[in-house]
Design a binder for this molecule. Structure first.
Ligand code: PEP
Ligand code: MG
Length: 847
């Protein structure tokens, strides 16, 4: 037996571990020792040793002494969530340190306001090496006072494994939002310690002793990492049977995406997409506006039968694997024919959604997880169902609404395969006429089949405005609300409701007068729509002859084609990121040249502005890994990605230059905030221009512009105008950055109104700056499609309105209702208003 004395690593007051308000430490699950309530801000080494683990969040560090004692120090409680903020590591893993050497500096003020507690735990993690341990009490000074006296025992090399067999679990996806940090690592180690067998946690080629918190934390397992638990010894079967399900369920960690859960449960606010709105009025249900329009009809609950699947396989794993492969192959064929059918109906947008489903079926992880369950004797149907539902549940928990929307796609395609495996026909429910469908979730397959003559609208508990289902609903012109309050599921079939897809609400049992008002309004809207459409090909000219260009915001070729019959005069914004999403690799230069040329051909000589890739932060690309960011909207997004990873931008720039030869193409850069950024981008364009034969000729010049969507660009408009040929104001982002309100926030979204006078003043500043330098300005944010805003924007002096495709006829009609002088008068009044509501009151609307 030997003894080890740890010096106090902090100044402060010693607190017994039992009093730490966290059961993991209080119940000594991580190890035994004591806590210090610190009065200084530097953690120092309590003994000599090697840094064997430094958590990437820099809130925890472990020293291993020459004798193999693992001393772990954990600063504060729940500090893993700070992701390194407030901590400065003074060592790296592998460093040898002496007593009193600095380990981690921390900002106590920051921690005090952002974490649960500053209490810092100093523990021995491998207690099997300790016979007794005693802590001092009272105040201690770092480096000088003794803190813990530990009696150690020699390491026992004998392993229980000799007598047993090796058993491994299926592959498990880690659900914990912050990975296996101290708390879940401690729970896992304690579970593993109940068994005699040696227990290993493996991820690919890496492995850790699952009985050691330090070893587990050393693997730095992150959320969604795929791990396998291996047990070697006499009770290996029991160890795996006990540990694997608990690991898959998150080890009781709060920050865990729940195991498959009904969509009606409240999401965990830590992981879930932003909280959904709730109404205080029992007769009104709130959700997210997914597809505009008003629907008055009777509720029809669309329920899906659960498909029952046997857990155990009838046959050999080989036969089950073959069944699964065959079913996946058949599902791919079904999707192929569906696409051919949709293309024949000239509906390539819908076809593309099912092409994306085919890609989901290629996901190797999905197959691997299913196959690993089959290898354990599970039936193909059970293994497949669990694999896709687990993946879908993880996706549904992600903050990005786009990724969460893909969960619905995955369930849709997963169910398609399951239906084939179980011979469960894809049932076609008998949908009554004039109904408003309510469903937990609608799959893209369900939505594509809807008949707009019978279904007047639908509401789903899951999903969001950017899901494929919402996109399909808009293309079918069916009003839809996503993320509606779950009590919608309790409404009886036949209940009359008014669904407002424009505001994301549903009114239950409206009184007859209300229904009359809505039906009259619908009728008037339909008449107006028809009248606007009849004049869609006329220019948008004010009554005194001032012409405003009205062009389209598009995501691809299909939108471009639709814009022409609606009177579109070109494209003011091609959101080119749509060409990059839903793919495993970036589109090649040739592919891009082809698509830009195809769109230009469809526009038949009309001009087009191609915005370069605008992703990043909340819109990740699978083949462009970027570190997770605390504030994605203020991080590496838009042109900043292009400058950080220039190869993708250079390829796109070359493609645009090539497609621009002999065509009216313009190139526009998103999220420009500084003059340096636009100069760097221009430099890059010049370099690429030199490489594209013909691009240097004056007649092939592609004009360059910027999105004005960061307040700095609006404020410095005159300086920016000297650098470029045109501006297009992205009011969606300009509003969120001006008002500091997340544009997708369910509570702030409505307040983040681009009609706020602060935003209008920035628009005016932009227009004045550009015109002073002889440059033109468009607006391509959502405000340009808002009939209430059109006259004010024209009055401010905006030259071009780039609007959503269906809005083109109405925006043109709106321009024609007033003289330029009237518009200028309105703009002047709007700029002098105090609030967005006052601005909107200037232009009352019946609709
Ligand atoms: C905008 O920010 O207004 C804009 C048009 O760009 P996006 O909506 O694509 O960010
Ligand atoms: Mg934008």
């Amino acid at each position: 037996m030997a003894s080890l004395i740890l010096k106090a690593p902090l100044d402060g007051v010693v607190v017994p571990l039992e009093q730490v308000p966290d059961p993991v430490f209080a119940q000594k699950m991580v190890g035994d020792g004591a806590s210090i309530d610190p009065t200084n801000q530097l953690l120092t080494a309590p003994c000599e040793g090697r840094v064997t683990q430094l958590h990437r969040a820099h809130h925890a560090v472990t020293l291993t002494t020459a004798d193999g004692i693992e001393v772990m120090m954990h600063i504060g409680l729940d500090t893993v969530n700070l992701k390194g903020e407030g901590f400065t590591a003074k060592v790296t893993e592998g460093d040898q340190v002496a007593t009193g050497d600095p380990l981690i500096e921390f900002d106590a003020d920051y921690l005090a306001t952002h974490a649960k507690s500053l209490l810092t735990q100093i523990l021995v993690a491998n207690m099997e090496r300790v016979s007794s341990l005693a802590a001092v009490s009272g105040s201690v000074s770092a480096g000088s006072d003794d803190f813990l006296t530990i009696q150690t025992i020699a390491a026992d090399g004998a392993e229980a494994e000799a007598a047993g067999k090796t058993v491994s679990s299926e592959a498990i996806l880690i659900p914990n939002a912050t990975g296996l940090h101290a708390r879940p690592a401690a729970v896992l180690a304690n579970l593993a310690k109940r068994f005699k067998s040696r227990v290993l946690l493996t991820r690919g080629d890496d492995q850790a002793n699952a009985k050691s918190v330090v070893s587990i934390m050393g693997l730095e397992i992150a959320q969604n990492d795929k791990v396998i638990i291996v047990a070697i010894g006499p009770d290996a079967d029991a160890a795996i049977a006990s540990i694997a399900p608990q690991l898959a369920a998150g080890l009781g960690d709060e920050g865990t995406a729940p195991a498959p859960a009904p969509a009606t449960t409240e999401p965990d606010p830590a992981n879930a997409p932003a909280p959904r709105p709730r109404s205080d009025d029992p007769k009104v249900l709130l959700g997210v506006a997914a597809s505009p329009g008003l629907g008055v009809g009777r509720v029809f609950q669309l329920r899906r039968d659960e498909i029952d699947v046997p857990e155990a396989a009838d046959g050999e794993p080989r036969a089950e694997r073959r069944r699964l492969e065959d079913a996946v192959e058949r599902a791919k064929n079904e999707l192929e024919s569906l696409q051919t059918e949709l293309r024949a109906k000239a509906d390539p947008a819908k076809a593309a959604i099912f092409a994306a489903h085919q890609e989901l079926l290629e996901d190797p992880d999905l197959m691997e997880i299913a196959e690993s369950a089959i290898a354990k004797g599970k039936s193909a149907a059970f293994a497949w169902q669990r694999a896709y539902s687990t993946h879908a549940d993880r996706l549904a928990q992600l903050k990005s609404e786009i990724m969460a929307g893909r969960a619905i796609d995955l369930r849709d395609v997963g169910r398609r395969v399951l239906g084939i495996l179980t011979n469960h026909p894809t049932e076609e429910p008998e949908i009554p006429a004039d109904c408003i469908l309510i469903a937990e979730e609608m799959s893209p397959s369900d939505t594509a089949k809807l008949d707009p003559k019978r279904v007047l609208g639908f509401a789903t508990i899951g999903g969001g405005a950017t899901s494929h289902v919402a996109i399909l609903a808009r293309s079918l012109d069916i009003p839809a609300v996503a993320g509606i309050e779950p009590r919608a599921l309790d409404l009886a079939n036949g209940t009359q409701v008014i669904l407002d897809g424009g505001t994301g609400r549903m009114r239950i049992d409206p009184d007859p007068a209300e229904v009359d008002i809505i039906l009259t309004l619908k009728h008037k809207l339909a008449e107006k729509k028809e009248a606007d459409l009849a004049r869609a090909h006329e220019p948008a000219t004010t009554t005194d002859g001032h012409r405003v260009e009205v062009v389209a915001n598009i995501g691809g070729l299909d939108d471009a084609k639709h814009s022409i019959p609606l009177g579109g005069e070109g494209v003011g914004l091609l959101r080119s990121e749509f060409l990059y999403l839903e793919r495993q690799t970036a589109p090649t230069e040739d592919e891009q040249v082809q698509i830009y040329s195809d769109i230009a051909t469809a526009l038949d000589g009309r001009p087009m502005i191609i915005r370069t890739l605008d992703v990043g932060g909340d819109k990740p690309l699978p083949y462009l890994p970027m570190p997770r960011e605390e504030n994605p909207f203020l991080g590496i997004r838009g042109v900043r990605i292009g400058l950080e990873k220039p190869e993708i931008l250079r390829t796109q720039v070359r493609a645009i230059l090539r497609a621009g030869i002999g065509r009216k193409l313009r190139m526009m850069f998103p999220m420009i905030a500084t003059i340096d950024e636009i100069r760097s981008v221009k430099g890059l364009v010049m370099e690429e221009r030199a490489k594209v034969p013909g691009a240097e000729l004056a007649e092939n010049a592609v004009e360059l512009g910027i999105m004005v969507e960061v307040p700095s660009a609006a404020v410095m408009a005159r300086q920016f105008a000297r650098e470029v040929d045109f501006f297009s104001i992205g009011t969606n982002d300009l509003t969120q950055y001006t008002l500091a309100m997340d544009r997708g926030h369910p509570k702030l979204g409505a307040k983040a109104d681009a009609m706020n006078p602060a935003v209008l003043r920035l628009i005016k500043q932009t227009v004045d700056g550009a015109h002073a330098e002889g440059k033109w300005v468009g607006v391509c944010g959502g405000i340009a499609s808002d009939p209430q805003a059109v006259a004010i924007l024209v009055g401010i002096g905006v030259d071009e309105l780039s609007v959503s495709v269906p809005a083109i006829p109405a925006v043109k009609a709106e321009v024609r209702t007033r003289s330029l002088a009237d518009c200028q008068g309105l703009a002047e009044q709007a700029l002098a208003c105090d609030t967005a509501a006052q601005v909107r009151a200037l232009i009352p609307t019946e609709y």
